[in-house]
Design a protein around this ligand. Structure first.
Ligand SMILES: [Zn+2]
Length: 719
């Protein structure tokens, strides 16, 4: 059975070997077991049900909430030669009937179904009549109210277990903390299912979190320095900001499309399609965008606003670098983010219990922002992994943050909150601390209190950084009324009493970091390779457009990069590239080979054309005749012939009409050059007052080289 799975992997999907726990999961599912799979994005989750679907008798039902993406998912499978279809509300009745008939006739391997459709009597009836190989519940975290994408339709999925107890089920998600995980198990009736929980790490993603200064400009610098021409996502909290950022970036020459729930659905759909189908599009979006987006070459995810929890942050940043190539998760955040999100929670309608959960989630998120040690360690610890070593691929590892003893400053700030009766916001408190004179301070009589003017040593921006960190770390709360007034928490006591010291982070000034080496997924050693890469991408786009498919459905970037690196020259060699299975070999092998042959590296092309010249030369044509015949300059023809001379396959006297004396003079001029400069003919050309063309000179040099080689060989054999 395992061999069958491996056979499918290699021949249908075109990959050499399974990754992580894939093989075990597939074996378990193929054998009829239930499974819960938690695997990071890009870890190859879908293979875990796709291969069992091919190996088991009957049709697999894949439950997915992503109606807009079903077409692409199905197209991707069809490209591999797999019989797949989908059933959702976008289909006409006729087409839906057709799919149903195919299901009953056992002509399909996989059918994607929206959860709301699954509970209809018509669908249930169909499921009872068809032969079902397995149920896969994708994005399974949607069943949990703890999760961030709760969908009521998912709750109904427990009926699969009740009505079809004999059919194996697999539930999959990329993100679920322990609470969500337990919820998924309970609500889907998976308590007897085998659990496969992979590590959460996405080592190719570099995490960077910086304090907000001039966010749009910071973003622009980041994109210009590290992501020119790359596809990526910029997350913002509000629709208005999405529009604003999309417009601004576009004006700066970075094509950016907006996406949020307030846009007309066909505009939304069109922007999403363009992001998927074109290269190098940036999308500015609210969190409405992204679930199920499986564009593999998203090179960055940027956050201009703070997500509400680490789960959201991880999920959103996880959309970068699904192809395993280097990618950036970049974020800026500031004092106002902290206050807004705190207020958001306090003023929400939720009950105390839920508020408490929300608060603890936000605290964890803020902790991640303020941490001065490895971010990945914190991130993974949140999901229950505990890496022992710092990662070396986050900003705090790469550019360690400095800290300072802020005990006294923190005491001043907290005292000032207390002395002003715990009802003022940050700006006012800073004014009091810095001893500003304004009407409000006079009116409240705060120029008379002991903390007035005791904080002149810090600039306003520095004070904001202090307050941000004090709020983030739970020393201060934001008021319930939503005015942004700050209150002390219990946690302040030891600090105010001098029993505790506090270290704060020194906010780095406007980043002046040099380009990081994540710069490009595809950075090539030579311009030759770059040209080939572009040509291959263009071919992929052409083929994708023809069929109205996203380019990555044809081949991933990684496969194109392998083409550049390995330069396959035959279908057999092409078939060995990762990501090339039988169906794609047949469909696209020729098209890409044609491009590869056209761009065969410079040397090959050079020698082909030189060979042609040599052949004509052997047919007794002279240089001028060959030049005319081939439409090339005579100098070029001389250079071609020089190759023959250097190999000793022709004689110098056949090529040029020079006296022995002239040849000797030229040879002397060449040998007079230092050995490392004998490739440069310019000094020789000039020393003879341009009497001999470069072509002629290169022929003399080639013949001389051949002669020297021969002499060297003779001397060697004498010794
Ligand atoms: Zn790190």
């Amino acid at each position: 059975m395992k061999k069958d799975a491996l056979y499918r992997l290699q021949h249908t999907f075109g990959y050499d070997q399974f990754r992580g726990e894939q093989a075990e999961i597939i074996e378990h599912m193929t054998g009829g077991g239930d499974a819960l799979v938690i695997m990071p994005t890009g870890g190859g989750k879908s293979l875990c049900y796709q291969i069992p679907a091919l190996l088991r008798q009957g049709v697999a039902i894949i439950v997915s909430p992503l109606i807009a993406l079903m077409q692409d998912q199905v197209s991707a499978l069809q490209q591999l030669g797999i019989q797949a279809a989908f059933l959702n509300s976008t289909l006409t009745l006729d087409i839906a009937r057709q799919v149903e008939d195919q299901m009953l006739a056992n002509q399909l391997d996989l059918v994607y179904v929206a959860p709301e459709r699954l509970k209809t009597e018509r669908m249930l009836e169909l499921l009872r009549r068809a032969e079902i190989s397995l149920f896969a519940i994708d994005e399974a975290h949607c069943v949990s109210q703890w999760g961030h994408d709760f969908r009521t339709d998912y709750l109904k999925l427990s009926m699969l277990h009740e009505q079809f107890p004999q059919i194996p089920r697999i539930a999959l998600t990329a993100t679920a903390d322990e609470r969500t995980r337990n919820d998924v198990i309970q609500r889907l009736g998976l308590s007897n299912a085998k659990q496969f929980i992979s590590g959460f790490d996405r080592p190719n993603i570099r995490y960077q979190i910086a304090p907000k200064q001039n966010p749009k400009q910071q973003l622009l610098n980041f994109l210009k320095n590290e992501h020119q021409g790359d596809a990526g996502i910029v997350y913002c909290l509000s629709r208005k900001k999405v529009e604003d950022v999309a417009q601004w970036l576009s004006q700066q020459g970075i094509e950016t499309l907006p996406y949020h729930a307030g846009l007309l659905s066909d505009i939304r759909q069109r922007n999403q399609q363009r992001f998927l189908r074109e290269e190098g599009i940036v999308i500015a979006a609210t969190i409405a965008f992204g679930m199920g987006i499986d564009k593999p070459n998203v090179r960055f995810v940027a956050h201009l606003d703070l997500p509400k929890s680490i789960e959201s942050y991880y999920q959103e940043t996880g959309r970068a670098g699904r192809d395993g190539q280097p990618a950036n998760a970049w974020m800026v955040y500031g004092l106002q983010d902290v206050i807004t999100l705190r207020q958001f929670i306090e003023s929400s309608e939720a009950d105390d219990f839920h508020k408490r959960i929300e608060r603890s989630r936000l605290d964890a998120m803020l902790g991640l922002c303020e941490i001065t040690t490895c971010r990945r360690q914190v991130l993974l610890a949140y999901f229950g992994d505990s890496p022992t070593e710092p990662c070396g691929n986050c900003d705090t590892c790469l550019f360690p943050a400095e800290t300072w003893d802020a005990t006294e400053i923190a005491q001043k700030a907290l005292s000032c909150v207390y002395r002003t009766d715990q009802r003022f916001g940050v700006n006012y408190l800073i004014d009091v601390l810095r001893g500003s004179e304004n009407e409000r301070i006079r009116r409240f009589g705060h120029s008379q209190i002991s903390t007035y003017g005791i904080g002149k040593e810090l600039q306003t921006a520095q004070w904001r950084s202090v307050f941000r960190q004090l709020i983030s770390r739970g020393f201060l709360n934001v008021d319930l009324e939503g005015h942004g007034g700050l209150r002390l928490t219990e946690q302040c006591r030891p600090l105010l009493k001098g029993e505790q010291k506090i270290q704060l982070r020194k906010d780095i000034k406007q980043e002046k970091k040099t380009r990081s080496e994540t710069r490009k997924s595809a950075s090539f050693a030579t311009s030759d390779e770059e040209l080939l890469w572009k040509a291959l991408r263009a071919e992929r786009t052409r083929l994708a457009k023809e069929q109205n498919l996203p380019p990555y459905v044809i081949f991933h970037d990684a496969t194109l990069m392998e083409m550049v690196a390995h330069r396959p020259a035959s279908l057999d060699e092409f078939s060995r590239l990762s990501g090339v299975g039988e169906s794609k070999l047949e469909k696209y092998g020729d098209a890409f080979l044609t491009v590869l042959i056209r761009y065969r590296d410079g040397a090959d092309t050079q020698s082909d054309t030189a060979n042609e010249t040599l052949q004509l030369f052997r047919q007794r044509m002279d240089v001028e005749e060959i030049a005319t015949r081939r439409g090339l300059k005579s100098d070029t023809i001389y250079r071609h012939l020089a190759q023959g001379l250097e190999q000793g396959s022709i004689e110098l006297s056949e090529v040029v009409t020079l006296s022995d004396k002239e040849v000797n003079q030229i040879e002397d001029a060449i040998t007079a050059l230092p050995p490392d400069q004998q490739n440069a003919l310019k000094p020789v050309y000039e020393s003879f007052n341009e009497e001999y063309s470069y072509g002629v000179l290169s022929c003399v040099r080639a013949a001389w080289r051949y002669k020297s080689q021969q002499l060297l060989g003779e001397n060697k054999s004498v010794v």
